[in-house]
Write a protein that binds this ligand. Sequence first.
Ligand code: ZN
Length: 219
Amino acid sequence: MGSGRESFQGNGWQVCAQAAERHATLREEQTALWEADRVSWASEQPVTAWLASHLSLVPICDAHLPTATTDGRHLLFNATWSAGLDTQTRRFLQAHLVWHCVAGHLHTPRERERHRWHLACDHEVNALLLLLGLPLPEDAVLFPACIGRPLHAVYNWLDHFPGLERERNLDMVPATWAPYPADDTLFRRWRERALEIAMQYLGTPSLPGHVAAFLVTRQ
Ligand SMILES: [Zn+2]
């Protein structure tokens, strides 16, 4: 009996160790892909590449984070979920999270309906990504009737959107949407980065005029 139990426990540890090793390998592999995506942007999307360089990649193997999010300092993503994405979708998700930061979406929303606010934020980011020439996956959030409208107008418009509860975000709400005090230093840094990158690429093909105007005037 005793030796059987030891043997079972021994096997259990082995299984755990093997699983930990598999997860470590998966995290390394996926991080390398997200890093390579940044390298590929260096010439094609230099604005997004520079903005992304301010966010550390944090691969996670935990069901509590089923997809990906950002806290303005890190991009946190589920490595198993990432492994199931095609290249275009993975690149889109990284750019999407980066632009949540620069668009000023890290603030905890004062609006009542968070799902609706996240959809409005997703729409705003994805409309910017389209202007930048980054392809969107088919299931990315975008409301063509709202392109060019300010964030609050999109939020209000969505109040009358049929089947709103069925609209799905591909990422999770920013990790900064929490009931602790706002990190004003972090928010100010992203405002400074928005201005800095706008000045650097203003009038170049890498930064369409509408996106430059958004960066300069964003709150
Ligand atoms: Zn989003």
